[in-house]
Design a protein around this ligand. Sequence first.
Ligand code: F6R
Length: 610
Amino acid sequence: MCGLMGYAGPSPAAPILLEGLARLEYRGYDSAGLAVLEGDRLRVEKLAGRVSELAARVRGLAWPGRLGIAHTRWATHGEVTEQNAHPHLDCHERIAVITNGIVENWRELRAELEAGGHRFRSETDTEVIAHLAEALAPSLGVAGAVREAAARLRGAYAFLLVHATAPDRLFVARRSAPLVIGVADGAAIAASDVPALLPHTREIVYLGDGESAELWPGGIRLTDAAGRPVARDPVHVPWSAAEAEKGGYAHFMLKEIHEQPRAVADTLVGRLDLSAGRPRLEELPLSEPRISAARRVLLVACGTAWHASLYGAALLEELARVPAAAVLASELRYGHPVLGPDTAVVAVSQSGETADTLAAVRLAREAGSPVLAVCNVMGSQLTRDADATLYTRAGLEVGVASTKAYTTQLAALALIAVEWGVRRGTLPPAEAAAAVEGLAAAPGALAEALRLDGPAADLARQYRFAYNFLYLGRRHNWPTAAEGALKLKEISYIHAEAYPGGEMKHGPIAMIEPTFPTVAVAVEGSVREKMLSNVSEIRARKGPVILLATRGDRDAAAAADHVLELPRVPERFSPLSAVVPLQLFAYHVAVERACDPDRPRNLAKSVTVE
Ligand code: F6R
């Protein structure tokens, strides 16, 4: 949430900052702004609006300054106005600061600073940092002021700061919110996420929690909270700058939906031993004795990753016969969970930066639970906090609505469940071999499911004016229904509720009427008939039904108003392909309703605030 970009180098900073911001706009798009230093002159431009509007305004200005910071906002404190847009300045307009995250003690700090004569211009929490630095810099120097200011802030934040008295320096600090740094071609660049750095470098330095850094053209110095130097090697990120482009698709979301066969193939490549009939997970720390000895598994995550975790928990119980449950990270951390060395925690997260997931992991570690991360972003905080990581290898996901991150999480969790079943001896060799073959076929099935793009678009045109949707699924595909409903509501703003099919008669059926459509997943397998009974009950009440069924299932086709036919796959891996038409349907409904699927209102990609 909120995108930060800073540049110190040999070229004019403004165009580079604006390009970086455009690559970070998925993090927030309420407002945008930038500050550039020309010698000791600070120039600032900001507005309530998109990065493209800011770029249009700055284009005519031709600022020559080679050092600056830029911001794209997802509002937390204060309305979406120009005044509240970042950067924020000190009283004398010599310091500019931008943040991502929340400063929890901003009220106290503001009161204290106002009592000391500082004048505030915005309603934001960020502005206290500019005034704090202004108050501290005369005695501590700018770097010392940045460290001391950071030490006085509570919350989860990252900030970038420039000071007119240090015209070739960029100052950054972070606690619990992401910040990455790159050095290339005589420049140093800081950003809140990797895509902004990709045109410059793929060698990324992750700033640690509580650390700060000073950047200058071609160099960086990292320090810990006490000001001691920190040495850190860069991590090589295997993404290309082209991944941050739409590549001919109308939206990132559509591109990423279509990338799924390849993304899932990447998740599986080198990790399936077809001749031995079992996964090959050398890097997977199930050999880590504390993890494999666990008597219980808790999968913790938020949002889409929680839906993947529901699937992972079901599969772990089924194949490895280990008690497993998916828990929302935000519930776990504020509850009174039973954790400890016997309970392994599997933390699932695309970004590896989600505040609630990180907090749940901290809690688990404090209680002595071993933690395995299933994560997409190399070097992210989660992967540094976990005992071990299985990377999902989805590639860069830019669309705010998660798609390929989800299917790759399903594939990674399926790998873990099969492997764990083999190791615990609960999965007979023949079944393990069949599972490995089933997984190997998943990318092909995903590619076939993509052929439903046209039919999903037709249905979207037909149902775009519905006010509500019910999504139903059972067993492995209850998470599919939940994910389908989430996709629809987050990008088209149509209310959609998901239920396990068996729960329908316990309340939701009361809502059914001719204007209330249901999407039901009834693919071949153990719960198909039960799902078809649910469908008959809905149709008996004149509720329209869109059914996901296995190709050639005539009874299913006859049971519903519309059928989307999926390839035949083993039941337990059907969620990988079954979600595809639901993603496509949500996408097309959003487009039909003139909603921007890549920038859904009120949302941002990584939720780094609690
Ligand atoms: C929905 C979506 C969110 C994320 C959630 C967790 O499309 O993207 O629900 O899944 O915010 O994010 P990560 O996986 O980065 O921890």
